[in-house]
Design a binder for this molecule. Structure first.
Ligand SMILES: Cc1cc2nc3c(=O)[nH]c(=O)nc-3n(C[C@H](O)[C@H](O)[C@H](O)COP(=O)(O)OP(=O)(O)OC[C@H]3O[C@@H](n4cnc5c(N)ncnc54)[C@H](O)[C@@H]3O)c2cc1C
Ligand code: SF4
Ligand code: SF4
Length: 494
C-alpha cells in the first residue's frame, strides 16, 4: 500500500530554512555558554504575543525547533500517522502540567540566587536543558513517528492556545487572525492533498466554514497546504479578505458540478502505464459537460478523496465520459484505480469542472499545446472544435512526448489531420530518431511557429507551460489569449 502522507518542502522563508541553527546554538552551545539559554525568554515572549493575535502562527513560521523538525529531520522521518493519543486533551493537558511543574520548580530554585553572579548562568542553564530535552525527545519522535509529533503536545503550543483564546475573547483576533482560506469550495478537487502534506495531519478540505476558512486551533499557518494545493485556491488570509475573495471568485465552469453515479463500462490499455476508463452515467443518466473540462473520480470514502482527470471525450449524447489515467510512481490514487477498479464497478464521480481549456465558440484560430499526460484533454477538444465550432478555421495541436510509445491517440490525431483541412497535428519527440516526429521539445517548434491571432490552450508539465508562455508573450501573443491548466499549480505566471 502506498503511503498516504507526503513529504514536501515546508521551509518557504529564510527564517524557516535556517531557524534550526538557533536550536543547536542554544541547546548545544548553551552547555558551554549557559547565558545563551536566556534567548528562550525572548522566544517565549514572541510566541505568546503572536498567538494573542493569530494563534499558532509562530509554530509554523518562526519556531527554531519547528525548523529543525521540518528541514533537518523530516527527510529522515518515517512520516507515520500520529496516534490519536498523542493529540488527545489528556496528553496535551497532562504533559503541560508535568512540564510546567518541573520547569517552575527549577526556576524557583534558581530564583533563590537572585542578585548573585551565578544567577543569570543558572537561569540560562534551565532554559538550555529544557531546549536540549525538546531537541532529543522531539528529535526521536520526529525520526520514528512524524516530524511534528512533539508539536502535538508541546507546552509552548498550549501557551499559544491560551493566549489565542484570550485574543478571541477580547475580539482582537477577528481583524488580525490569518487562517487557511479557500477561494471557493466549489472549485475544490476534494483530493485531500492539503491533508496529505499537512505537518499536523489536519484535514482543512473537510472543515472549511461558510466563511471559507479553516477554523482549527491547531493549524500552525505554515502554508504547506497553500503551496501544494493543485487547484491553487488556498491562501492565508484574514476573515475580511476571505469574504472579499469569496465574493470576487468566479464560478464559471463549476456551475454544473454535481454528484454522479456511474458504471465503468470499458477499460482500454493505451500503453504500459496508461489506461482509458469509460464511465456510463447512471444517475443522472445525462450530464452536460464540454470537452476541456475535468471530472473527479472518487478513490475512497475514508478519508473522502477524489482525483481530477481531464475529460478525453467530446459530449456527443451526454450519456458517458472517458478519462485517461497514467499510473504515477508512488501514486496513492492511481494505485487504487489501477488495482481495484474493474469493468462493471459502480463509481462516484463529481463534476464537470473547469473552464480554462474550454474555447469560446467564436474563436477562429486555436493552438492546443500538450505534453506528457497533458495531451488527454485535446483528444476530446480537437474533435469538439472540428465538429461543433464551424468558425474555427485554423486549429493546430502541438504534442510533445519523450518516446514513441508515449504518444497517445497518435493515429487518431493523424487521421483528423488528413480528414480536416483546417486541422494540423504537429508531434515532437525528444528521445526518438524518426522522420515521423519533429525532434526536440514543443518549445523548439513553438519558437518557429506563426502564432499571430491565435488563442492558445496548454496542458502539461509546469516547465513546458512556463517556457511556452514566455515564448508566446515574446512573440506578441496577449496574456488574455493564453489559457493553461496543469497537474501542478503554476504560481510563477498566475
Ligand atoms: C485539473 C487536473 C486534470 C488532471 N488530468 C489528468 C489526466 O487526464 N490524466 C492523469 O493521469 N492525471 C491527471 N491529473 C492528475 C491526477 O489528478 C492525479 O494527481 C494523478 O493521477 C496522481 O494521483 P496519485 O494519487 O496517484 O498521486 P499522488 O499520490 O498524489 O502523488 C503525486 C506526486 O507525489 C509523489 N508522492 C506520492 N507519495 C509520496 C510520498 N510518500 N513521498 C514523496 N512523494 C510522494 C508521487 O511520486 C507523485 O509525483 C490531473 C490533475 C488536475 C489537477
Ligand atoms: S492546515 Fe495548512 S497551514 Fe495549517 S498546519 Fe496544515 S499545512 Fe500548515
Ligand atoms: S489540496 Fe485538494 S482537497 Fe485541498 S483544498 Fe486544494 S483542491 Fe481541495
Amino acid at each position: 500500500m502506498t503511503d498516504y502522507y507526503i513529504k514536501t518542502k515546508r521551509a518557504f522563508t529564510i527564517i524557516r530554512t535556517y531557524g534550526w541553527l538557533l536550536t543547536v546554538l542554544i541547546a548545544i552551545g548553551g552547555l558551554w555558554q549557559p547565558k545563551l539559554g536566556l534567548l528562550v525568554i525572548l522566544i517565549m515572549a514572541g510566541l505568546t504575543v503572536t498567538a494573542f493575535f493569530t494563534g499558532r502562527y509562530w509554530c509554523g513560521n518562526f519556531c527554531p525547533h519547528g525548523s529543525l523538525f521540518d528541514v533537518i529531520l523530516m527527510p529522515l522521518s518515517k512520516n507515520r500517522k500520529i496516534s490519536k493519543l498523542l493529540k488527545s486533551k489528556v496528553m496535551i493537558g497532562g504533559f503541560f502540567l508535568f512540564f510546567m511543574f518541573n520547569f517552575s520548580k527549577k526556576v524557583f530554585n534558581v530564583a533563590k540566587l537572585w542578585g548573585s553572579m551565578a544567577f543569570l548562568d543558572r537561569l540560562g542553564f534551565v532554559f538550555v536543558t529544557t531546549y536540549l530535552m525538546v531537541l532529543v525527545v522531539g528529535g526521536v519522535l520526529a525520526l520514528f513517528v512524524n516530524a511534528r509529533t512533539w508539536c502535538q503536545f508541546c507546552p509552548m503550543g498550549s501557551i499559544q492556545k491560551m493566549s489565542y483564546s484570550l485574543g478571541k475573547l477580547l475580539g482582537v483576533t477577528k481583524r488580525t487572525d490569518r487562517k487557511v482560506t479557500i477561494a471557493s469550495q466549489a472549485q475544490c478537487h476534494t483530493c485531500g492533498k492539503c491533508a496529505r502534506v499537512c505537518p499536523f495531519q489536519l484535514t482543512p478540505y473537510l472543515e472549511f466554514t461558510d466563511k471559507n476558512q479553516f477554523d482549527n486551533v491547531n493549524c500552525i499557518k505554515c502554508s504547506t497546504c497553500v503551496e501544494n494545493c493543485p487547484a491553487g485556491i488556498l491562501s492565508i488570509a484574514t476573515e475580511r479578505d476571505a469574504l472579499a475573495l469569496k465574493e470576487s471568485t468566479s464560478l464559471e465552469g463549476y456551475e454544473n458540478r454535481q454528484a454522479i453515479q456511474a458504471q465503468i463500462t470499458e477499460i482500454i490499455d493505451l500503453n504500459k502505464d496508461t489506461k482509458e476508463y469509460t464511465f456510463t452515467f447512471i444517475s443522472p443518466q445525462k450530464v452536460a459537460y464540454r470537452a476541456g473540462q475535468f471530472i473527479l473520480l472518487k478513490i475512497e470514502d475514508e478519508p473522502k478523496s477524489y482525483r481530477a482527470y481531464s475529460i478525453s471525450t467530446y459530449n456527443d449524447d451526454g450519456s458517458k465520459v472517458s478519462v485517461i489515467v497514467k499510473k504515477v510512481d508512488q501514486g496513492y490514487g492511481t494505485d487504487i484505480i489501477f488495482t481495484r477498479f474493474t469493468v462493471g464497478d459502480m463509481v462516484e464521480l463529481e463534476g464537470p469542472m473547469g473552464e480554462e481549456l474550454v474555447p469560446d465558440r467564436e474563436v477562429e484560430k486555436i493552438l492546443f499545446i500538450g505534453n506528457g499526460i497533458g495531451i488527454t484533454p485535446f483528444v476530446g477538444l480537437a474533435k469538439d472544435v472540428l465538429l461543433n465550432q464551424p468558425v474555427a478555421s485554423q486549429v493546430k495541436l502541438l504534442s510533445g512526448q519523450r518516446f514513441e510509445e508515449d504518444f497517445l491517440y497518435d493515429d487518431y490525431f493523424r487521421q483528423l489531420d488528413d480528414q480536416y483541412e483546417q486541422f494540423e497535428y504537429i508531434s515532437v519527440a525528444s528521445r526518438v530518431k524518426s522522420d515521423k516526429y519533429h525532434k526536440g521539445h514543443v518549445t523548439d517548434v513553438l519558437k518557429e511557429m506563426d502564432v499571430e491571432g491565435y488563442k492558445v490552450y496548454m496542458c502539461g508539465t509546469k516547465n513546458m507551460i512556463i517556457d511556452s508562455y514566455n515564448i508566446l508573450i515574446g512573440k506578441g501573443v496577449r496574456k488574455e489569449d493564453i489559457f493553461y491548466e496543469g497537474e501542478e499549480r503554476i504560481k510563477e505566471i498566475a
